[in-house]
Design a protein around this ligand. Structure first.
Ligand SMILES: Nc1ncnc2c1ncn2[C@@H]1O[C@H](COP(=O)(O)OP(=O)(O)OP(=O)(O)O)[C@@H](O)[C@H]1O
Ligand SMILES: [Mg+2]
Length: 313
């Protein structure tokens, strides 16, 4: 079996709902001294982070992904849960005296949000190295501490480890040079349409220029599916309609997990994209990025209903 190393943020999401309207409490005449406390009536703590979400999907699909990242002193339960669900957490380092990265988000009745993201242990991710990671057949570099992402990409290039470059939510924080480097040595690049536009602007590279280095540039487009740009052509991948949309959290990560499964199987890019679409549909139908589950036969049946016979795997 391929040894796939998944790097990316490890986080908890604390989601609260305020049964009123934030704007009624933000008084225009008193904005120089804001001191507000919103009494919320629900709070949930969820397992999150791009790294665990991607690794979880890979594990559901029968791989044994190795998660590499930094977490805090509140990680023990999360580690146990990942271990139980087929993710190898031996490369997750717990940072003394810090909490795991935490996203605190309060949503009001009108869907307005006030959120804070505490980086916590994630700020230490650059202390980890692919040089200490044992062998690696395929890696994904997903949103994380920006210095760590740039360092991992450099190490993968030096070690000859093929990697998927997934700058996504961090495109805003990465410089043009960092992004160019990340793209240049990668096997493939993946982000959504909006993020892709920012990568293009910051790097000055278009699809064709990126493809002089990467084998594929994958651009996801929500319910419109994805476009996979290859040197010789562009493949359109349909989205799989979910039975119902419960929660979009982690849908992009699930897509990446499915796509990586395809690469592990040695499938062509069209098949990789379709595997991503199926994994994303399952994720959309559940709350959070890792509360869904399926077996390989269930997954395969759903794939084949939409796309016809799955020859790989
Ligand atoms: N409404 C939808 N219906 C069906 N499939 C969807 C839908 N939204 C997303 N997907 C699937 O998930 C993939 C990734 O979605 P999207 O392009 O929205 O990623 P994203 O913006 O990075 O998401 P995230 O919020 O997780 O970061 C799409 O290519 C598609 O396969
Ligand atoms: Mg995304």
């Amino acid at each position: 079996m391929m040894r796939i190393i998944v790097t990316g943020s490890i986080a908890f999401d604390y989601l609260m709902s305020f049964p009123g309207s934030f704007s009624e409490h933000l008084l225009p005449d008193h904005l120089e001294h804001v001191s507000l406390s919103f009494l919320v009536d629900t709070m949930e703590k969820r397992r999150g982070g791009c790294g665990p979400n991607i690794a979880y999907t890979l594990a559901l699909l029968g791989e044994r992904p190795v998660l590499m990242g930094t977490a805090g002193r509140d990680f023990a339960d999360y580690r146990q849960w990942l271990d139980r669900n087929g993710v190898d957490t031996s490369l997750v380092k717990e940072i003394d005296g810090k909490f795991t990265a935490s996203f605190f988000c309060n949503t009001d009745r009108g869907g307005n949000q006030i959120a804070s993201f505490y980086t916590g242990a994630m700020a230490h991710a650059a202390e980890l190295s692919f040089r200490d990671a044992g062998g690696c057949d395929l890696a994904i570099i997903s949103p994380n501490d920006p210095a760590a992402m740039t360092g991992y990409a450099r190490e993968c290039r030096a070690l000859g480890v093929p990697y998927i470059y997934d700058p996504s939510q961090q495109v805003a924080r990465l410089s043009g040079d960092d992004l160019r480097d990340g793209v240049a040595g990668s096997r493939a690049v993946i982000c959504n349409e909006y993020e892709f536009q920012i990568v293009r602007e910051k790097t000055g590279l278009d699809e064709a220029a990126m493809l002089s280095a990467a084998e594929a540039v994958v651009v996801t487009k929500g319910d419109q599916g994805a476009a996979i740009h290859l040197r010789e052509r562009t493949i359109r991948v349909d989205a799989v309609p979910p039975c119902e949309v419960i929660d979009p959290t982690g849908v992009g990560d699930a897509f990446r997990g499915g796509m990586l499964k395809g690469l592990a199987l040695g499938a062509d890019w069209a098949t990789c994209g379709r595997l991503g679409s199926v994994a994303a549909a399952f994720a959309l139908e559940h709350l959070g990025g890792s509360s869904h589950a399926y077996t390989w036969p269930e997954f395969k049946a759903r794939y084949e209903r939409h796309f016809g016979p799955l020859t790989a795997g």
